[in-house]
Design a protein around this ligand. Structure first.
Ligand code: COA
Length: 124
């Protein structure tokens, strides 16, 4: 995201996968995930806002933009969730938007099923 030559913030999206065995069994059942050892996901990386512009909802806009893109693309390239490797200081930021912890580390995820409810319709 830029304002003229100034970069306000950014994030990356890439195809990823999570070991099925790393996911809580109740979630695997609830989401009816396939029985493959690796489940496709979308990794959101490097989300950051320039220090000068933090606290102006740019992080929220970037996060929502990335979630929407991921959700739309999941209709064409399978992905069960958006995953982030959060810094300790950003865990609460992600949690407030519905991300869940994936123990034991700081990995967090938000299922596409949750986004379907938030967006109100399936991806086109
Ligand atoms: C985390 C980060 C992306 C947030 O961006 P931002 O533009 O400053 O945040 P926003 O203004 O969009 O904040 C939206 C809401 O989240 C809250 N929030 C922001 N950063 C937070 C944090 N680290 N922990 C908890 N809540 C946070 C804000 O208080 C605001 O809450 P409100 O709705 O009650 O007003 C930014 O602080 C940043 O770049 N941090 C350094 C890099 C980083 O930690 N990136 C995360 C990668 S793991």
């Amino acid at each position: 995201m830029a304002d003229g030559p100034a970069v306000l913030g950014y994030y990356t999206l890439s195809a990823h996968s999570i070991e099925r065995s790393a996911l809580p069994e109740d979630l695997v059942k609830k989401l009816k995930l396939p029985k493959y050892p690796l489940i496709p996901a979308t990794l959101m990386g490097r989300l950051a806002v320039d220090l000068k512009y933090q606290g102006q909802r740019i992080g929220e806009i970037l996060l929502m933009d990335g979630l929407e893109r991921s959700y739309v693309h999941s209709s064409q390239v399978a992905s069960f969730a958006v995953v982030v490797d959060a810094k300790e200081s950003a865990v609460e930021f992600y949690r407030r938007y519905g991300f869940l912890r994936l123990p034991p580390g700081l990995r967090m995820f938000i299922p596409m099923e949750t986004m379907k409810k938030l967006m109100g319709s399936p991806p086109l």
